[in-house]
Write a protein that binds this ligand. Structure first.
Ligand SMILES: N[C@@H](CCC(=O)N[C@@H](CS)C(=O)NCC(=O)O)C(=O)O
Length: 217
């Protein structure tokens, strides 16, 4: 692990299959970036190893090493990748302030509103120690998730993608979070979100990112 981080200038993603690191790998693939991938096997406790804690004191993935700096938080990582690769269109430039504001609005909304009920459900199903889990909380979280889905649906409207007709980092976060709800079997209703998910998930960059994360190391 440390070998990769001590090579200045080597763009490296620390991730693990079936986690939020797919968001970062997907963005790197959309941007056509040349990057190294270091698998942190969370199931084997590698997230808590001294080596990885030196990279991310939070012990979490994704973490991105770029030009001597480690960036954590998937929303920040997607923003950084988009700004490093302006031609990708992942983050609209300063010359498009309204699209840029709308993009950031989506990114913060997904992280703060849409994702949180899913995380609450995951914590109380398995992530917390058994004596701290409160199974009754799931009904509230499901309701909160649907409420956020309703807002996303209104914002999405008839659009193909979150910002209109062009794909952006907002679509990565949105589609990944909907994928999370589906895999966790959290019920929700929204034809617009389902259609957006199908469109986004079918992108070849998402498939390449998935393959990269699952490739044997
Ligand atoms: N807010 C962070 C959350 C990152 C996160 O919780 N990652 C999970 C995997 S999806 C993780 O690494 N968990 C390991 C742990 O909590 O020890 C982000 O969006 O990047």
């Amino acid at each position: 692990m440390t070998a990769a981080i001590t090579r200045p200038g080597t763009l490296t993603l620390y991730g693990c299959p079936n986690t939020r690191s797919l968001r970062a790998a997907w963005a790197l693939e959309e941007a056509g970036a040349d990057y190294g991938y270091v698998k942190i096997d969370l199931m084997k406790g590698q997230g808590r190893s001294a080596e990885f804690l030196a990279i991310n004191p939070g012990g979490k993935v994704p973490a991105l090493f770029d030009d001597g700096q480690v960036i954590t938080e998937s929303g920040a990582i997607l923003t950084h990748i988009g700004e490093r690769h302006p031609a990708s269109g992942l983050i609209p430039g300063l010359d498009s302030p309204k699209r840029r504001a709308a993009c950031f609005e989506w990114l913060f909304f997904v992280i703060a509103e849409l994702e949180q009920p899913l995380w609450t459900i995951a914590k109380h199903r398995f992530a917390l120690p058994a004596d701290l889990r409160v199974p009754q909380i799931e009904a509230t979280a499901v309701k909160e998730f649907q409420r956020a889905v309703n807002v996303a649906q209104v914002r999405l409207g008839e659009r193909e993608f979150a910002l209109g007709d062009a794909f952006s980092a907002a679509d990565i976060l949105l589609a990944h979070t909907v994928a999370w709800a589906k895999s966790a079997r959290v019920p929700f209703e929204s034809a617009a979100l389902e259609a957006h998910f199908a469109r986004s998930w079918a992108r070849t960059a998402r498939e390449r990112a998935d393959a990269r994360e699952r490739a044997p190391t």
